[in-house]
Design a protein around this ligand. Structure first.
Ligand code: FAD
Length: 429
């Protein structure tokens, strides 16, 4: 079962592997959205001589496999962001992500990138019969971050989502969803047209400091670079320990149903994307060809597509039992990179290596933020905002860290299940 995204793109250009020896200004390691947004940001600022090295193919990692939600915020939730940074800096970092949502819309228009963008907002649906949860979230977003998430009454939500699972919701209007792999390929194409050199099948196997610059080794070539940007997400291994030790690779899963035709509106009568208020939430959205794309769960284990399809189908049927006979045509997983503090790590190490990692499960707008920040810093426009220094390259303790992450996830799932049990049984309709 191939990913729906890979099955529905034609890769217009193959970027040749890197070989030989070349000197460059900037070498970017990783052709995901963090690396490519930096490349495009540099090109847009007139910085020349930029090379991207990608171990596999552009968009091979999380950026080409994700749920396709584009919205404000980070993996660290807004309440914790506020607690950690205080009102001024929390708002500063949050606003960068809503600006990034706008920038992504502009790039889709400007370049132009045909990526099935559906500008219909995102609904946060309340899994729990506790209106206070939504009220608190709404207040937090309005008072702390200056954005209005509009309340959706339970009856109104039930007319859009044909399920009795939810107790009302909040609507984030400034959000959209799209085919992330088409978008990533579009950003790569725009960067390449602007002069960025991209090489696929070119894993960086060694990175060495050399005077004021770096020597970057691939299996068949050597690059001398003044600047190096580490943007290998949850996939980089044995390239630059300082960054790799600071992130945990965590898997998460997605599937797509068969096209549902008119039956789609028996479940979803909205173009918005949806997620819910649990820690281990479901997220899903209608696709233009009437499929439902459904995602959820995290694990430290990679799972086979059949297992992923079975697990996620179970989650789908808990919410939409009317889809019992629907076929699952695609199922796949991807690796996210998580920092212990759950915020992206964006900055420059003591060795002089720029880095943009740790975007977790909320990375479309934040990788665009990191691209803008690193491009502006490398171009000498402005430094990376100080507030990101709070979220440094803290060690994750490898296997121990992974075990702790899995335990936390299970504990939070249990907490949600207990809270759910408290809800009254609905009368049969
Ligand atoms: C299943 C899933 C669903 C998600 N859903 C959403 C969502 O709906 N909305 C949202 O905002 N976020 C979502 N995310 C998170 C988001 O996709 C990521 O945070 C984001 O894509 C991270 O981008 P990146 O560029 O840092 O990493 P990646 O996209 O993983 O890119 C890293 C790249 O580096 C390459 N690489 C690694 N090592 C080397 C090396 N040695 N040499 C050269 N190249 C190397 C890899 O091959 C890879 O292509 C989801 C993630 C997953 C996995």
């Amino acid at each position: 079962m191939q990913s729906f995204y890979e099955a529905t793109v034609s890769r217009p250009s193959v970027h040749a592997p890197f070989d030989g020896r070349r000197s460059v200004n900037v070498c970017i390691i990783g052709g995901g959205l963090a690396g490519l947004s930096t490349a495009l940001g540099l090109a847009e600022r007139g910085v020349t001589d930029v090379t991207v090295l990608e171990a596999q193919q552009v968009g091979f990692g999380a950026s080409g496999r994700n749920g396709g939600f584009v919205f404000g915020g980070y993996s660290l939730d807004c309440a914790d962001l506020l607690k950690t940074l205080g009102p001024v800096h929390a708002r500063e970092l949050y606003t960068l992500t809503t600006d990034a949502v706008d920038l992504m819309r502009q790039r889709i228009q400007r370049y132009p990138i045909d990526c099935d963008a559906t500008d219909a907002g995102v609904i946060l649906a309340n899994w729990f019969d506790e209106p206070a949860r939504l009220d608190a979230q709404r207040r937090l977003m309005r008072d702390g971050f200056g954005v209005d998430w509009e309340p959706v009454a339970a009856s109104q939500l039930a007319s859009q989502l044909k399920t009795d699972r939810y107790y009302g919701g909040l609507f984030e209007r400034n959000a959209f969803h799209f085919h992330p792999l088409k978008y990533v390929l579009g950003v790569a194409a725009a960067a390449a047209r602007a002069g960025v050199r991209i090489h696929e099948q070119s894993p960086v196997v060694r990175l060495q400091r050399d005077g004021a610059g770096f020597v970057v080794h691939t299996p068949h070539g050597v690059l001398d670079a003044q600047h190096v940007v580490m943007a290998g997400g949850g996939y980089a291994r044995k390239v630059y320990a300082k960054v790799e030790r600071a992130v945990l690779p965590i898997a998460t899963y997605v599937m797509a149903t068969e096209p549902l035709g008119a039956r789609l509106s028996d479940a979803l009568d909205t173009r918005a994307a949806v997620y819910d208020t649990r820690f281990a939430f479901d997220y899903y959205r209608p696709l233009p060809d009437t499929r439902i794309l459904w995602g959820g769960r995290i694990s430290v284990r990679d799972r086979a597509p059949d297992t992923i399809a079975r697990l996620l189908r179970r989650d789908l049927l808990k919410v939409y039992p009317q889809l019992r006979d629907v076929r699952i045509e695609h199922a796949w997983g991807g690796l996210m990179s998580y920092a212990r503090h759950k915020m992206p790590q964006i900055g420059r190490s003591v060795d002089g290596v720029w880095y943009a990692v740790g975007f977790g499960g909320h990375g479309m707008a934040p990788t665009t933020v990191s691209g803008e920040l690193l491009a502006a810093a490398i171009a000498g426009e402005r430094p990376v905002p100080d507030a990101f220094a709070t979220f440094g390259l803290t060690p994750t303790f490898g296997a121990l860290g992974l075990a702790a992450a899995q335990l936390t996830y299970t504990a939070m799932q249990t907490r949600d299940a207990l809270a759910e049990r408290r809800r009254p049984t609905r009368p049969a309709s």
